[in-house]
Design a protein around this ligand. Structure first.
Ligand code: ATP
Ligand code: MG
Length: 467
């Protein structure tokens, strides 16, 4: 939008701006400009300073008061640059431009102003989408199911109760454990997560309880275990069902007595640690299968949090996706803004077996590929969404479509049949197309028949005779 009280200057500028490819609106002073803004949202405003009825300064103040962040470029006459700079500084105008305005300078300035404006708008949008309601620590979720989880976390965090967290892989069990720790009175202490599935039985006890020097072959130094490292903090026992049952018995004793014995140690160490446990298997089934001790389970399952699969809370895809885009933009120095409608539809249709971890991986790849702007279907891995069912070999419209993995022999037969179909069974023409002799074609057909145990068609001999 151009705001200038001098009609000739106004129309000259309007012509220049429209020749740069922009749609233009004009106003003769600040008051008229505000009226125009009711129905037109410009990407930038060019305004003169001295005008009757609301001058440039008053217009800028009014825009600021309304929270309108449209970038404004102030037009100044010769010799008033200092004033223009102070206006840019004090009233947060985007920049100033000396009259007479040069087209190339104006073009560059407009481009920069609009670019910056878009960035500000995007950031605001991202921040709005991450309204407080939908966020707890690093956890994002607006679905009723996640809101319920957030509320349970807020209730249980301040207590010292053990929490047993279940949910499919990638649903956010570790993030939930961290949120509980962060909102608890122990947040100043450490948060230690130990993956019981990643350690062999021989190491897990030393990892959990620590060991004294010489406790076993290879114990060259004394080492504190996870319980000691989480002193006054929180210990997450991840994949608890994978822990050897014998170790589970020792673990239960440590928790019940709030004391730990290092392997090879002679004294017990008092511990003040809140214990959380997580698993992506059904604890009831693990108990039935004798993989999880029932007494340990009841001790840890004072409070149960069961995280829903992403496919059962699809309304979280957009808010989590938006938060992930923001994080991954930062990580990779990209400027991706949002997911296209097509991508959202694809995301809706997908069943997300890997849950949020899978969503994160898909978005990370797409952010890197897109680098800026919108994430589109072409940025997604082909594994996403329903795959078209492709026969190993098919013949759509005179083409031969072959999936990798089909043996050469079958491709050859399919191609020969395609050539025959194409020539209405004229074998001489088919052989020409295939670049083989009629004799070879005949031999191959006979071979295929013999393999299938089929009879020769009646016209076979005639053709050979005619060759
Ligand atoms: N609600 C959420 N909001 C934002 N990010 C999430 C959310 N849930 C999970 N994530 C992200 O998804 C990934 C997997 O989360 P996490 O490691 O907590 O899952 P998990 O349930 O412990 O998985 P596993 O059973 O495989 O150990 C992490 O990158 C995490 O940051
Ligand atoms: Mg985990």
């Amino acid at each position: 939008m151009i705001v200038d009280d001098e009609a000739v200057q106004r129309s000259d500028l309007a012509e220049m701006v429209s020749s740069l490819g922009f749609e233009v609106a004009t106003a003769a002073d600040g008051r008229e400009a505000l009226a125009v803004l009711e129905s037109f949202s410009p990407s930038a405003i060019l305004t003169d300073l001295v005008m009757p009825c609301k001058d440039g300064v008053e217009l800028l103040k009014e825009l600021a008061a309304r929270g309108d962040r449209t970038p404004t470029i102030v037009l100044t006459g010769f010799g008033s640059i200092e004033r223009a700079i102070s206006i840019v500084h004090d009233l947060k105008a985007f920049w100033f431009l000396e009259k007479p305005v040069q087209s190339d300078v104006l073009s560059a300035l407009l481009e920069r102003a609009i670019q910056q404006n878009n960035l500000v708008a995007e950031t605001e949008l991202l921040n709005r989408q991450l309204s407080y309601q939908g966020v707890l620590g690093e956890l994002v979720g607006e679905s009723p199911a996640m809101q319920e989880i957030f509320s349970l976390i807020r209730q249980v965090a301040p207590t010292s109760a053990s929490v047993f967290i279940t949910g499919e892989s990638g649903t956010g069990k570790e993030l939930v454990a961290r949120a509980i720790h962060r909102l608890s009175p122990r947040s100043a202490g450490g948060f230690v997560a130990v993956n019981c599935a990643a350690l062999p039985e021989s190491l897990i006890e030393s990892e959990l309880f620590g060991h004294e020097k010489g406790a076993f072959t290879g114990a060259l130094e004394r080492r504190a275990g996870c319980f000691e490292r989480a002193q006054n903090g929180t210990l997450l026992l991840d994949e608890i069902g994978e822990m050897a049952v014998g170790t589970q018995a020792k673990l239960l004793r440590v928790i019940e007595e709030s004391k730990v014995w290092r392997l090879g140690g002679s004294r017990d160490i008092p511990i003040a640690v809140r214990v959380l446990a997580a698993t992506n298997h059904s604890p009831e089934k693990a108990i039935r299968d004798k993989l999880l001790r029932e007494d340990l389970y009841y001790r840890l399952n004072v409070f149960h949090l069961s995280l829903p699969a992403l496919r059962d809370r699809k309304q979280d895809i957009v808010p989590i996706g938006t938060a992930l885009i923001r994080d991954l933009n930062k990580k990779h120095g990209c400027r991706v803004t949002h997911l296209s409608q097509d991508v959202l539809r694809q995301f809706e249709a997908h069943s997300w077996p890997g849950n949020v971890r899978e969503l994160r991986n898909v978005i990370e790849r797409a952010v890197i590929l897109a680098a800026e702007g919108e994430i589109q279907i072409r940025h997604l891995p082909s594994s996403l969404g329903p795959q078209p069912v492709v026969a190993p070999i098919s013949q759509p419209d005179g083409l031969l479509q072959v999936q990798v993995g089909v043996p050469m022999r079958e491709v050859e037969e399919a191609y020969i049949h395609l050539a025959l179909k194409h020539t209405n069974n004229n074998r001489r023409r088919a052989a020409e197309i295939l670049g083989i002799s009629l004799h070879t074609l005949y031999n191959k057909l006979r071979l295929y028949r013999e393999e299938k145990g089929a009879e020769a068609p009646e016209d076979d001999q005639e053709l050979v005779a005619g060759d």
